[in-house]
Design a protein around this ligand. Structure first.
Ligand code: M6R
Length: 590
């Protein structure tokens, strides 16, 4: 939710800043703005995507070696130019970009208004430059005024602040919203996430909560809230800049789907590390998964796997609902957090609650993210940077980690062996992209879609429906195949598209009957099944043949078809699947 960048360089900063902020557009694309310092604050901002705003007002066209920029995902105040960041004080001497939410902004704003400050936006952020202005007018120097301001704020923030009076300096601060420092020979950077600075440097410092940073071209000081200097580690990033580029594909989402066979291989190479973590586990009598969105669906598959393979009572809790379930946590419960970004505010909050009573494990994609620093054990999903807002390759990598975890806990070598063959099978799947593209043509004007699956494949139905909703804006619902007859069957009518997941295995016969019930009510079925299935051959509706794979492993392959189906419907509808409306990749508000 919102991305920020700041840098002090040995050259004009605006072109570099705009290139960097483009890499954070996955975090928000309601509006964009930049401010630099020369002998004054130079400010340009507008509502809309970076490309469109840039075409209109030429964001790179401002002088100054020091600057800050922002992409917005609106929380307080609609996406207008006035509400776009950076925000300034009354005299336009201070300029601020902010990711997070200032919870006590109403109270602060009322006080500042009473003191005569003039507000130009409806945002929570604008109290920050006015507070700094107030303290500087009371005689505090820039850094101390920022410190005083931060002490008044309740809520979450990653901030980058510039002052007309100190041109070669950016002051940053972090609490509950991600912020990193990038160190380069030609200057220093602040950013919400690594892709923003990958082209400039691979040397990164991850900031912690309640830290203040002063950044100049050749120096970086990191301090606690009392301004005592702190020593921090410098991490070397192994992602290459190309990994955050489209590499010839029309969209990041398509590129990321095509990376799935490699991601499966890379994630499988974590097997030994996962085994080591498992060997240090206590004896748990209960397991909880906690996650949101796509990561929640990956967790549901984990629940089916653990219940069937390990017979340990397992439940999956939405991170935003977790606090209602905290009373039953104890030291015999393992709580597993699944998150791509490692920054999801709901998940982070739940982790902090769970840590008090239970052992915690996080399965995370982004190295250095907040959740990796809070959990007792961490497994990295090795999917590389995922820029498309819709999770694709990271979902698959989460699943691989969960399957490996369960296989090691259950000492199931047969499962481990089967996992080893998946990458090749997924390559086979991707060869029939044209077939899926063709099928998608029929659904440009569809209003509703249903997805059904049983057992391990029920969460795939939920995830398929989520992908469709996110990037096509078509209403999609996933159901357990056996549940349809308890209500939703009333919605099945002529030509309504229903995706049925029908892999071979113990659930096959029952699911097949459920599909027949739907077909006989006129639905337009898309069946994902197995090559050698003679029964579905007899169904006249279209078929997508998967490699023959048993129902326990089918979630790892069938989802690829559903991601592609959603992608191609999105393209037909003229939607940018990388930046669906109202969504952001990293959800750092609760
Ligand atoms: O970074 P996380 O995995 O914690 O994110 C959780 C959800 O916000 C995320 O999976 C969301 O549902 C995706 N956009 C789905 O494609």
């Amino acid at each position: 939710m919102c991305g920020i960048v700041g840098c002090v360089l040995d050259k004009k900063a605006a072109p570099t800043i705009i290139e960097s902020i483009k890499k954070l557009e996955y975090r928000g694309y309601d509006s964009v703005g930049i401010a630099t310092v020369t002998d004054k604050i130079n400010l340009k901002k507008g509502s809309g995507k970076i490309k469109d705003v840039n075409n209109e007002i030429h964001l790179t066209d401002i002088d100054g070696n020091t600057g800050i920029a922002h992409v917005r995902w609106a929380t307080h105040g609609i996406p207008t130019k006035e509400n776009a960041h950076p925000h300034c004080d009354c005299d336009e001497k201070i300029s601020v970009v902010h990711n997070g939410i200032i919870e006590n902004y109403q109270e602060l704003k009322e006080q500042l208004l009473e003191e005569g400050h003039i507000f130009k936006s409806d945002t929570d952020t604008e109290v920050i430059p006015h507070l700094i202005e107030k303290y500087m007018k009371e005689g505090q120097e820039f850094l101390v005024a920022v410190q005083s301001t931060i002490k008044r704020l309740k809520g979450s923030y990653a901030l980058a602040i510039i002052s007309k009076d100190e041109p070669g300096k950016i002051i940053g601060a972090r609490n509950e919203s991600p912020l990193i420092v990038g160190l380069a020979d030609h200057g220093n950077f602040l950013a919400s996430d690594v892709p923003a600075i990958l082209k400039e440097t691979n040397k990164v410092i991850y900031l912690d909560n309640e830290e203040i940073i002063v950044l100049t071209q050749d120096n970086v000081d990191i301090m606690d809230l009392e301004l005592n200097k702190k020593e921090k580690n410098i991490d070397i990033i192994t992602w290459s800049p190309e990994m955050a580029e489209k590499g010839g594909y029309d969209h990041f989402m398509l590129k990321e789907i095509h990376e799935e066979p490699q991601v499966i291989k890379d994630t499988l190479s974590e097997s030994n590390k996962i085994n080591e973590i498992v060997s240090n586990f206590k004896n748990f009598n209960r397991i909880c998964f906690v996650a949101c969105g796509t990561s929640y669906h990956a967790s549901l598959i984990g629940e089916y796997l653990i219940e069937t393979e390990l017979a340990i009572p397992t439940e999956v809790i939405l991170a935003s609902e977790f606090e209602f379930f905290k009373k039953t946590l104890d030291d015999h419960t393992l709580v597993i957090f699944i998150t791509q970004s490692g920054e999801t505010a709901d998940t982070l909050k739940a982790l902090k609650i769970a840590k008090e009573k239970s052992e915690t494990l996080a399965i995370v994609n982004v190295v250095g993210s907040s959740i990796t620093r809070e959990a007792d054990h961490v497994i990295f999903t090795r999917a590389g940077p995922e820029i498309g807002v819709a999770a694709t390759k990271t979902y698959l990598s989460q699943l691989i980690c969960i399957y490996l975890l369960v296989a090691h806990m259950a000492e199931n070598n047969e499962l481990l062996e089967k996992l080893g063959k998946l990458s090749e099978l997924s390559e086979e799947l991707l060869t029939r992209e044209e077939q899926i593209k063709e099928i998608s043509k029929k659904y440009k004007y569809a209003r509703d879609f249903f997805y059904i699956g049983r057992g391990f494949n029920y969460p795939t139905a939920l995830e398929g429906a989520l992908k469709l909703k996110e990037i096509t804006y078509i209403h999609g619902e996933g159901y357990a195949a056996g549940e349809l007859k308890h209500g939703p069957l009333a919605l099945i009518e002529d030509n309504i598209p229903v995706v049925g997941l029908l892999p071979p295995g113990p659930s096959y016969a029952k699911t097949f009957s459920n599909l027949q019930e739907i077909i006989s009510r006129g639905a337009d079925m898309i069946i994902l099944g197995s090559k050698d299935d003679k029964q579905i051959d007899m169904i006249e509706d279209k078929l997508l043949f998967n490699p023959v794979i048993d129902e326990i492993l089918a979630p790892l392959l069938y989802i690829i078809d559903l991601q592609l189906l959603a992608y191609y419907i999105s393209i037909l509808k003229g939607i940018d699947p990388d930046k669906p409306k109202n969504l952001a990749k990293s959800v750092t508000v609760q």
